[in-house]
Design a protein around this ligand. Structure first.
Ligand code: ACO
Length: 206
């Protein structure tokens, strides 16, 4: 463990990641890297360089990639990893994690989220505020579970899929990689093709 944490991305998602990191009280210093040179501070923490500056800090710091877009987060996290950077995950002290749960590197679990027992959460996932994933969930890498999602037991969610705010997934359902599930949508059957799905129950719109 290193005593410096660099959060990549000083936007809204970066703020929430920083909030968790500060509350965890594990690092002596926490700062941001961001390509917007106009942003000098975020959450009272300094922005000390651009994203590509990670390379010169990679021996002395740990990193968290706080970019909301699943594809961009994947690209950057994989680049950092290839260059030997140490990527951490962040779990809010008021998230509830069941027994026998695995959490991949670069994943964040936010305040009030519940991940129930025997679930396997991939790398670079976002499990957002007050969402719940029930027992035996599998999230592949770089999935985003938005605030307030309710997902039942034995659900599998494919790589890079985004579940919109307040969406609901029934038990024993698989959702394919690269899907967008709209705000408030209800998924009651397997989704076997990438696409954007909305409504109750969901229908594909593109
Ligand atoms: C902490 C945070 O803030 S995390 C972020 C959380 N944010 C979210 O969860 C946002 C979720 N996003 C959505 O629901 C979006 O509407 C998406 C991704 C499903 C679709 O976005 P787009 O592809 O831009 O679709 P667009 O807005 O053009 O809408 C296409 C049609 O689908 C309808 N539609 C879009 N979203 C929904 C929805 N959630 N439920 C029902 N209908 C919808 C639109 O009304 C429109 O219908 P029309 O053609 O009859 O006018």
């Amino acid at each position: 463990m290193k005593d410096k944490l660099l959060i990549i991305g000083a936007g809204g998602h970066g703020k929430v990641a920083a909030d968790i990191a500060i509350k965890l009280n594990k690092w002596e210093s926490i700062a941001f890297l961001d390509d917007d040179v106009a942003t000098k501070k975020c959450m009272g923490l300094k922005v000390i360089g651009k994203v590509d500056d990670y390379f010169r800090y990679r021996k002395e710091a740990e990193f968290f990639v706080a970019i909301g877009d699943n594809a961009m987060r994947e690209l950057l996290q994989e680049k950092l990893r290839t260059d030997g950077s140490n990527i951490i995950s962040l779990v809010h002290p008021e998230a509830i994690i069941g027994l026998d749960v695995e959490i991949g590197e670069g994943t964040v679990i936010m305040a009030g989220a519940v991940v129930n027992s025997s679930s396997n959460i991939g790398k670079g996932c976002i499990i957002n505020t007050s969402s719940s994933l029930d027992h035996d969930t599998i999230l592949e890498d770089y999935v985003h579970i938005s605030p307030g999602v309710r997902s039942a037991g034995n659900v599998n969610i494919g790589k890079g899929t985004w579940l919109g705010i307040g969406s609901v997934v029934s038990n024993n359902v698989n959702i394919y990689s690269g899907c967008k599930i709209g705000a408030g949508a209800v998924v009651i059957k397997h989704i076997n093709e990438p696409g954007t799905y909305v409504g109750v129950p969901v229908r594909r719109i593109n």
